[in-house]
Design a protein. Structure first.
Length: 158
């Protein structure tokens, strides 16, 4: 899925799945180290912050489906527990960006369930330090609260 940057005057002209493909490849690779995975997650988060991932993005629906699947199956080579916890927290941050950001209303039920399952699985099955587990639970609660508000707002508009 390589694109030629020579003919593109604005990165927003590139379809979102094509733009995100290299980052998704890193996130899916079990050979990626924690720091590399962390950097890829930071990049995806920054795309939300700077508006590259927005309701106006080209091929947003396809990108959200792929993002949900990728983030839910994110793999990395575990190294040290504190570095691994940083990666897990960044996964939670990207999930929060998806669910609570401007693109949250464009997520389908499958994608929402997939991401919330990732949050709950991470909180319940990983052995994390007490401080981080509390933060993860707060993020998970915020995700559910935000998503419920979005869902109910959409249902009321119908």
């Amino acid at each position: 899925m390589a694109f030629s940057h020579r003919n593109v005057s604005d990165v927003r002209e590139v379809e979102l799945p094509e733009l995100l493909a290299p980052f998704f490849a890193i996130l899916r690779s079990p050979l990626s180290t924690g720091p590399i995975t962390s950097a890829a997650l930071s990049a995806v988060h920054s795309f939300f912050i700077c508006g590259l991932i927005s309701p106006a993005s080209r091929a947003l629906e396809a990108a959200l489906i792929e993002l949900s699947t990728t983030i839910s199956h994110c793999k990395f080579e575990a190294s040290d527990s504190s570095g691994d916890e940083v990666v897990l927290l960044k996964i939670m941050t990207v999930i929060q960006d998806c669910l609570c950001g401007s693109v949250g209303s464009g997520l389908g039920d499958i994608e929402v369930c997939e991401m919330l399952e990732t949050v709950l699985t991470t909180c319940c099955q990983m052995r994390l330090s007490g401080g981080l587990i509390l933060r993860l639970l707060v993020v998970e609660y915020a995700n559910i609260s935000c998503r419920d508000t979005t869902t109910f707002s959409r249902d009321n508009d119908a």
